[in-house]
Design a protein around this ligand. Structure first.
Ligand code: FES
Length: 446
C-alpha cells in the first residue's frame, strides 16, 4: 500500500529478493507452524521480519514481533502462529505431509486450498496475479464499470479517490425492540475484511478466473459479481479484461453479517430483530424456538447469511448470556466447541473428529478464535443513516492487532470423522468473550 514516491531513491526488497537460505528457513518455519492460510499477507510479513532479523532483532520476543506486525493485517491466522514461526525461524524442522495439510485446509475453507512453499512466497494463485499483461482493466464506480488500457487510466475514468477512515463512530443501526428484557444485544455493521479484494479476468473464449483463489473469504465472495462482469466485458471488447474491486468497493458492495437488535426474556422468548437477509431465519429459529424473528429493511451495504456464523453465532452468545455460562456450541458441520477466557488466555476445547493435519487444524481454529474475539470486542464499520459506508480503509475495521490478542489454546477432544471446526470455534469464542465482558448490550464491547 506504499505509494512509489515514498520509496524514491531507496532499495526495495520483495520476497523474491531474499537469499535462498532466508527463503528456505522462513518457508519451513511458516509451514511447520501453519502461519500462512490464504497467504495474501505472508510475503509482506516475511520481508519485514527478515529485515529485522538481518539487523539482529530478537524475534523470540513477543513485544518486538508484535511491534513489527503492527504495520500488517493478517485476517486468517490470528497472529499467534506467525509469532511462533518468527520465534523458531532458525530451528531445523523435518518436512511434513503437505498433501494432508492441503486437505485439512480445504475442509476448513470449504473451497480448494493449497498449503506449500509457494503460498508463503506469494504464489498462492490469486486471480489478478495470473492475468495476461496486455489485458484491459475494468474498475467500478457504484454500479458503473470503466474499462481502459491500464489500472491508472481506468481509475481516472471512474474518478476513483483513495478511501479513508471516518471520524464517525460505528453504532448499532437497529433500535432495541420495546419490552422488559432479561438480556439485550445489538451489533454493528462489520467488515469480513478478507485481504484479497474481489478480482477476476476473462478471455472472450474462456471461463473467468475464480476470485476465491486460495482463500474462502469467510463466505464474503460467494455472490461476487466479478466473474460475470469479466465475462461480459471480455466479450463486449473482444479482449482479455481484468476486473478489480478496490478496497472501497469491497467495503461498500461486499456482503456483511446482518446487524441484529435482540430483546430476550429469561425463558428464551422475545424479539430477534435483524437486517433483512435471505435464509437467515432457518439459522436462528431452531435455536431460539420461542423467539419472534423480525426482519427489517435498513439502508446499508448488502448482507448475507453465508458470512461466518451469521445469525447463529449471535444466538449462541445470547444462549450463553441467559444461562450464565458458555457451553458447547455445535456448528452446521457437526463440529462442537467450548471456550473459556481467563488470565489473558482463550482456551478452546474442540470436538471435530481426528484432524488429518494437526498444524492446519490448530491454525484455522486459532484464526477463528481471534476473529470472534476481535469482532465482539473491537470491530465496527461506520455507516451513516443513509446507508453510506464511511470507513473505507483496512485499518478502520477495528481488527485486533497482534499486541492486543490474548494467547489462544486449542485442545482437540474429538475422534472419528474429520469435521470443519472453524465456525464452531468462532461461535464458542464469541459467546465466551461476551460473557467474559459481562454481556453488555452493544457490540463492540471494548
Ligand atoms: Fe494472512 Fe490470509 S494468511 S490474510
Amino acid at each position: 500500500m506504499t505509494p512509489l514516491r515514498r520509496v524514491s531513491g531507496r532499495a526495495v526488497t520483495t520476497v523474491e529478493g531474499l537469499t535462498e537460505d532466508e527463503q528456505s528457513r522462513w518457508v519451513s518455519s511458516f509451514l511447520t507452524h501453519g502461519a500462512s492460510q490464504c497467504g495474501f499477507c505472508t510475503p509482506g510479513i516475511v520481508c519485514r521480519l527478515v529485515g529485522h532479523e538481518r539487523k539482529g532483532a530478537d524475534l523470540g520476543n513477543r513485544e518486538i514481533v508484535d511491534r513489527l506486525l503492527a504495520a500488517h493485517l493478517c485476517r486468517c491466522t490470528g497472529w499467534q502462529t506467525i509469532r511462533e514461526a518468527a520465534s523458531e525461524v532458525s530451528v531445523e524442522f523435518p518436512s511434513r505431509d503437505l498433501e494432508l495439510a492441503t486437505r485439512q485446509a480445504t475442509l476448513e475453507s470449504d473451497t480448494p486450498q493449497i498449503v506449500g512453499p509457494q503460498v508463503v512466497l506469494g504464489q498462492g494463485g490469486f486471480a489478478d496475479d495470473d492475468a495476461p499483461e496486455n489485458a484491459l482493466v475494468a474498475v467500478r464506480d457504484q454500479s458503473q464499470w470503466y474499462v481502459a488500457d491500464s489500472l491508472h487510466q481506468a481509475r481516472e475514468l471512474a474518478g476513483k479517490v483513495q478511501g479513508r477512515r471516518s471520524s464517525l463512530e460505528p453504532r448499532p443501526p437497529l433500535e432495541l425492540p420495546e419490552g422488559d428484557w432479561a438480556l439485550t444485544l445489538r451489533t454493528c455493521w462489520v467488515e469480513p475484511a478478507y485481504l484479497e479484494t474481489d478480482a477476476s479476468w476473462c478471455n472472450p473464449q474462456d471461463e473467468p478466473a475464480d476470485p476465491v483463489a486460495n482463500g474462502g473469504a469467510f463466505g464474503g465472495k460467494i455472490a461476487s459479481d466479478v466473474t460475470d462482469v469479466a465475462r461480459e466485458l471480455a466479450q463486449a471488447n473482444d479482449r482479455v479484461v481484468r476486473v478489480l474491486w478496490s478496497r472501497e468497493d469491497t467495503v461498500r458492495h461486499g456482503p456483511k453479517r446482518p446487524p441484529v437488535s435482540v430483546g430476550l426474556r429469561a425463558d428464551g422468548s422475545g424479539i430477534f430483530r435483524l437486517a433483512r437477509t435471505d435464509h437467515i431465519d432457518e439459522r436462528i429459529r431452531p435455536l431460539l424456538p420461542k423467539c419472534e424473528i423480525e426482519q427489517v429493511t435498513i439502508p446499508g451495504p448488502p448482507t448475507s447469511s453465508a458470512i461466518r456464523g451469521a445469525g447463529w453465532a449471535e444466538v449462541e452468545m445470547l444462549r450463553a448470556g441467559l444461562s450464565g455460562q458458555a457451553g458447547w456450541v455445535t456448528a452446521p458441520s457437526g463440529a462442537s466447541a467450548k471456550a473459556t477466557i481467563a488470565n489473558e488466555l482463550i482456551s478452546v476445547e474442540v470436538r471435530a473428529g481426528s484432524p488429518l493435519d494437526w498444524v492446519m487444524f490448530r491454525s484455522y481454529c486459532i484464526g477463528a478464535a481471534h476473529m470472534a474475539y476481535s469482532w465482539v470486542t473491537s470491530e465496527g464499520l461506520s455507516v451513516d443513516q443513509n446507508g453510506d459506508v464511511h470507513d473505507l480503509t483496512i485499518r478502520s475495521f477495528g481488527v485486533l492487532r497482534s499486541s492486543d490478542t490474548p494467547e489462544i489454546e486449542i485442545i482437540n477432544v474429538g475422534d472419528g470423522p474429520n469435521l470443519a471446526a472453524g465456525d464452531a470455534v468462532f461461535a464458542a469464542v464469541a459467546a465466551a468473550t461476551w460473557l467474559n465482558r459481562g454481556c453488555p448490550s452493544d457490540l463492540p464491547t471494548g
